[in-house]
Design a protein around this ligand. Sequence first.
Ligand code: SAM
Length: 207
Amino acid sequence: MPADDTKTHWERVYTAKAADQVSWYRPHLEISLSLIERAAGGVSASIIDVGGGESTLVDDLLARGYQNITVLDISQTAIDVTKKRLKEAAERVHWIAADVTTVELAPAAYDVWHDRAVFHFLTSMKKRVAYVNAVARAVKHGGHVIVSTFGPEGPTQCSGLETMRYDADSLHHEFGTRFRLVESSKELHHTPSGTTQQFLYCYWRID
Ligand SMILES: C[S@@+](CC[C@H](N)C(=O)[O-])C[C@H]1O[C@@H](n2cnc3c(N)ncnc32)[C@H](O)[C@@H]1O
């Protein structure tokens, strides 16, 4: 899907649905939070949530005292909704409205890269390579990368788009040997409409 179409798609999704109506909604991203807390090592860590959407992860990170948080999303609507929810606290967050596969992030800017449910939408190898290059450039040496996708038994579509499914080996294969796997786990996510979706979490350190 061309970049403009991807943006239009997500703007439509977030214009049509409330934050807690989308299938990926959880009141709190518990596994993400616990992995980020382990990876960050302290509240001054520089953390980027890629494709943060309208999730409450940024609220929970602010509540835990993290001081250097960036939220990137292709949808300006999602960013605006999240900023409005956070009120003045939004000023303590760096916001980037951009496509992760084309954005120029500052080199070695982040200690922790987090993505829940973005990478699995990249069905073209070209975009996956661009994404991995963005991670390798933007994350510091010795930094941490947490990526959550649909698992091997997860859906093949989400929000009207085709999705990829990964196990820890196939996801690791996409990222390459510079990424040292620390841990992987699966989660059965209960959607607001009552169905379940299998997610995979991989946590790597970058050498
Ligand atoms: C399924 S939602 C997940 C949102 C959030 N991470 C969560 O777990 O609640 C996918 C998010 O990725 C964003 N997104 C999709 N493709 C993107 C891209 N190429 N670059 C940046 N953001 C993207 C969408 O706007 C959407 O907010």
